[in-house]
Design a protein around this ligand. Structure first.
Ligand code: NAG
Ligand code: NAG
Ligand code: NAG
Ligand code: NAG
Ligand code: NAG
Length: 632
């Protein structure tokens, strides 16, 4: 890696090279004392006289500040398509029955169409069965809000942080930059216009806030998109809830035409603003029907490989997801160039069957997109991985521990889906009910990701668990099961390895660069950062909005991460195809409104949005370095 050799050349005099064993993409601890070198200023530093010359002059307020406005995205000049429109594609799937339903009102038992298995009464009883606790419809809006232009007074750039990037790189011309959100965290309107219940609608524990209203983005999407375009954001990454498209979830049940209209309108509005949409098919929001008829126990928080069960292991899941995916692709792939099947599937996998169903349904959807629709866009799967580096990189067992957990998170999906090879040992030794993959399976799964989409919020530090990896993998009651690695956020000297945010996200930009090298060189596909973000510690506790908006730790996180992306591209030769910041606004963070990952503050009383400083800083960083922004 270029970085390590450069680093060495600057401090070569200070160390004994013989103690260092450099492995690719791995940190080493180098002990030294004395002053830190300042290579960029050595000339003037050496020439400066030892004693300053003091003098008097006439005082005046001569500080000047340059006020700059954000540069809005211009309207599109051309329209590009990536597949034929729905009216041409619809013959490629079985005929769909469409219908509409109303809004659910728990007190309203007026629907009389009880003989219709998919009528209004049947739909209402889905919600009675789901029984969202303390359900309320008390948002502000009940219909799509017409957007208003953002006044220029909101688009004045904030003061820059005193210390900032010093790099001289540019982004490649086709580098994708945008922001992301997910439906269950922003839409609200959970039981409106025909949407059926999904896991996230009943996720909150007693006393935790739920997602019934959240940002009311279901009605405010145009205003939200208007705000992004005004600031200069080019890509908008959003997710579609399966339960809105198919409230009864399964193949053969009617499609909600209100939902199709909604997302058609959303996509068209994004395009009309000169932006580009990307769509994710499932983002933790499995329709509740996959949990079986008895959801009373709600045991889905006891995930084995993550935080819960997405019911992906249900025998009906694979075919149902493929059917749903085909509906999305036939309707929207003419205008959407980038698709993701699953978001972070391992967080909601609990059995070998769940992983099996995820990878097989992913591959079937991708084959349909490439071979049947003949879409010319790109498609992949978004993985979660707390990229682990060895606590002591000179200890082989620590290196093995880091490889073990990284392979569990990444190779379990990308071995079959990218390389066409079997699951890794790390997965198979712990998840013993895994479904073996045949050579025929592997040939079908191979090459079904156009890119490696990862969400590298932070890194972690790995060492072996007490008793070692092997014995842990045989003991499902071990606290380290199933990953069987001890993770920490401190280095070997006990220092936190980065600045800590609210929810165990640390600013670890140099590990991001290591990670990008690891991904590109291991799987040999372009890397796509599809989420990264930083919930500033204590942001929700700040008393005045001005303080929430002045979020320098978040700016520091984003600008340092983007600087390392540029170094990975230009110094290491890693193909990083883009980065999507999470998230474009504060939102419902799975039972919590205080974990604020947003680039905008949302006033929970008025639904008004306010740009944070980091949003300007991040967009400005990209705009100043991106050839595509020079024309606008
Ligand atoms: C249903 O009725 C109860 C009791 O009258 C009331 O408190 C509640 O707000 C009503 N719910 C809705 C959604 O109208
Ligand atoms: C419903 O609201 C009450 C009163 O705010 C609260 O005590 C209770 O925990 C809530 N129930 C759930 C399941 O969130
Ligand atoms: C549903 O599950 C709960 C909790 O496990 C259990 O108490 C209840 O008896 C079950 N109901 C039915 C109808 O099986
Ligand atoms: C390597 O790490 C393991 C586990 O932390 C430890 O038991 C062992 O002593 C270390 N070996 C060396 C050579 O430091
Ligand atoms: C498995 O792990 C549990 C929890 O750490 C421990 O109590 C138990 O002794 C372990 N079992 C074996 C066979 O090692």
């Amino acid at each position: 890696m270029a970085r390590i050799s450069q680093h060495l050349s600057t401090i070569a005099l200070l160390l004994e090279l013989s103690i260092i064993h450099i492995c690719s993409a791995q940190q080493v601890y180098v002990f030294t004392t004395g002053i830190s070198p300042r290579p960029h200023c050595s000339a003037s530093y050496d020439k400066a006289p030892a004693t300053p010359t003091y003098r008097f002059s006439q005082f005046s307020f001569t500080q000047t500040e340059t006020y700059r406005y954000a540069t809005s995205i211009p309207p599109p000049r051309t329209t590009k398509t990536y597949a034929r429109p729905y009216r041409k594609l619809k013959t490629l799937i079985p005929p769909l029955q469409t219908t509409t339903w109303g809004n659910w009102n728990p007190n309203d038992t007026a629907a009389t169409d009880t003989a219709d298995p998919y009528g209004q009464a049947a739909w209402s009883s889905l919600w009675e069965w789901a029984a969202p606790a303390n359900y309320t419809t008390t948002g502000i809006y009940s219909t799509t809000v017409t957007p208003t232009p953002i006044p220029s007074s909101e688009l004045v750039l904030p003061p820059k942080d005193y210390f900032g990037p010093t790099d001289c790189y540019k982004f490649p011309k086709d580098f994708i930059f945008g922001v992301a959100g997910s439906a269950c965290q922003i839409e609200g309107a959970i039981a409106r216009e025909g949407k059926g219940p999904n896991q996230m609608d009943v996720w909150s524990e007693p006393g935790e806030p739920n997602n019934y209203v959240t940002n009311e983005n279901y009605y405010l999407y145009k205003q939200d998109i208007e705000r992004l375009a005004s600031l200069g954001v080019k890509y908008y990454s959003f997710t579609i809830p399966w339960s809105r498209i198919l409230p009864f979830a399964f193949p053969g049940t009617p499609v909600n035409s209100a939902a199709i209209n909604h997302y058609n309108d959303l996509i068209d509005f994004v395009l009309s603003k000169g932006m580009t949409p990307t769509v994710t098919m499932i983002h933790f929001d499995t329709p509740l029907q996959f949990y079986g008829t008895n959801i009373t126990s709600r045991q889905w928080r006891n995930g084995v490989m993550g935080v819960g069960s997405g019911a992906y292991g249900n025998p009906l899941f694979e075919d149902s997801f493929v059917h749903y995916g085909k509906i999305l692709l036939t309707h929207f792939s003419d205008r959407v160039p980038i698709w993701f099947t699953f978001n972070e599937p391992m967080l909601f996998c609990d059995t070998g069957a769940s992983v099996n169903n995820v990878i097989k349904s992913h591959a079937r959807v991708v084959h349909f997109y490439k071979e049947v629709i003949k879409g010319t866009g790109k498609i992949g799967i978004r993985l979660h991985d707390p990229f682990s580096v060895p606590l002591n990189p000179q200890n082989q067992t620590h290196i093995a521990a880091a490889h073990h957990i990284n392979s569990f998170h990444l190779d379990t999906f990308w071995n079959p889906l990218v390389l066409g090879i079997d699951y890794p040992e790390s997965f198979k030794m712990a998840i013993t009910d895994y479904v073996p993959l045949t050579p025929k399976d592997l040939a079908y799964l191979k090459g079904t990701c156009d890119f490696l989409s990862i969400q590298p919020y932070t890194a972690s530090v790995a060492s072996p668990p007490p008793g070692g990896i092997e014995s842990c993998a045989k003991n499902s009651s071990s606290e380290y099961f199933p990953f069987c690695v001890k993770l920490q956020s401190t280095n070997i000297f006990g220092w936190n390895f980065g600045y800590r945010s609210y929810s165990r996200v640390y600013t670890t930009p140099e590990y991001l660069r290591t990670y990008l090298n690891y991904l590109w060189n291991t799987f040999r596909k372009p890397v796509f950062i599809t989420e990264f973000g930083f919930p500033v510690f204590g942001e929700a506790d700040k008393e005045v909005r001005e303080d929430m908006l002045y979020d320098s730790p978040r700016s520091n996180y984003y600008l340092s991460f983007m600087t390392e992306v540029l170094k990975a591209i230009w110094e290491d030769g890693v193909n990083v195809m883009g980065a999507l910041a999470w998230s474009f606004a504060d939102n419902w963070e799975f039972g919590d409104y205080d974990a604020r990952f947003g680039l905008q503050v949302v006033d929970r009383e008025t639904q008004e949005r306010y740009y944070k400083k980091s949003f300007f800083d991040l967009v400005g960083f990209v705009r100043d370095r991106h050839p595509n922004y020079e024309e606008s």
